[in-house]
Design a binder for this molecule. Structure first.
Ligand code: GTR
Length: 328
């Protein structure tokens, strides 16, 4: 079929109009999370939505879909990649296979302490990691601390000898499988939402996480001894779909970036309080704590060191590790 030239230019004009209308349309971005709506990650994204709404005169906002309602972290990252979902808040582990730089802050025993983590991950090294999401087709907006992850089981873990032969759940990531293998244990990768049943049925001997997740998902009901191994401080990350990002105006993009940054200090306040509350709540719920001072940390640190070299393989990744390690 042949179209007269006039008709074609008219079609183009309609398409251009539709596109610019789409970019100036009011938008509610959808963001996924595995945690419930009151969890600090979700409250921070809600806060970001409020800031964004203010900055855009009520045009743009964010709606959070929690409780894994849009799928596992892996599923939702895939949706964001193809532009079926606008945003996602996940642990960096969900990006280990996609953005190599995201592995670095998850390396076992990388950070000396929380202060070291904050200086680097909320500083220049964190910015480098976020920028690296771009080449994988994502927009890295912010990282949030996630405390330190520790092992919980039916028995106390006091040294490396105690983890030998245990079946321990990990987030689906090769780095995580190797971290647990280095403890002489066997790693079972599975989504967060399935861990409760895995622990209850005895499919798993243990899992590892921070106090707020241990409490929220009620893992303490079956794995009631929480041993503060504090083996990783792998952070959370907030990511926007590049496919959708590219349809937004530069003003909208700037407002999104700014409101995401503003959510970080808001999150940190909530998180600090939540960690304390959750620790107290699990003790009240019957959990026994093996505190960090009762654990032979060196036995774990020595066993885990080779994991760094296994995953920080390129000169760029090695340099990033060095930059973090030597940061004062
Ligand atoms: C939590 C984290 C979640 C998820 C979960 C897990 O600490 O906030 O995003 O990664 O751990 O272990 O699957």
């Amino acid at each position: 079929m042949r179209f007269p030239l006039k008709k074609i230019s008219c079609h183009i004009a309609v398409a251009v109009l539709a596109f610019s209308a789409a970019t100036s349309m009011a938008r509610t971005f959808r963001s996924a999370d595995v945690h419930n709506k009151d969890f600090p990650t979700n409250m921070a994204v809600k806060y970001m939505g409020d800031e964004l709404s203010k900055a855009t005169g009520g045009k743009d906002n964010i709606k959070v879909f929690g409780d894994s309602s849009l799928g596992s972290e892996k599923d939702t990252v895939e949706q964001v990649k193809i532009g079926a979902l606008d945003m996602v808040r996940v642990n960096t582990a969900a990006f280990h296979g996609i953005v190599p730089e995201s592995m670095i802050p998850s390396l076992p025993f990388l950070f000396r302490d929380l202060d070291h983590f904050r200086k680097t991950i909320y500083g220049p090294q964190g910015d480098k990691i976020l920028a690296a999401f771009d080449k994988a087709g994502f927009v890295g907006l912010a990282m949030y601390e996630s405390g330190a992850r520790s092992i919980y089981a039916h028995k106390p873990i006091r040294s490396l000898a105690d983890t030998k032969g245990m079946k321990i759940r990990v987030q689906p990531s090769d780095l995580w499988v190797s971290t647990i293998a280095a403890m002489g244990a066997s790693a079972t990768p599975m989504p967060f939402a399935e861990v409760y049943t895995g622990l209850k049925t005895g499919l798993l001997d243990a899992a590892e996480n921070n106090y707020p997740s241990y409490e929220e998902a009620k893992h303490y009901e079956s794995a009631n001894v929480f041993s503060e191994t504090m083996h990783s401080m792998g952070p959370e990350v907030l990511v926007f779909s590049k496919k959708i990002w590219d349809t937004l105006t530069p003003e909208e993009q700037a407002a999104i970036r700014k409101s995401a940054k503003a959510s970080v200090p808001y999150y940190v306040n909530l998180w600090e309080a939540k960690e304390k509350e959750s620790r107290a709540a699990v003790i009240k719920g019957g959990a026994k704590i093996i505190s960090a001072s009762e654990i032979d940390r060196k036995s774990f640190v020595d066993a885990e060191r080779p994991v760094w070299d296994k995953f920080a393989t390129t000169p760029e990744l090695k340099a990033l590790v060095q930059e973090i390690v030597t940061a004062k």
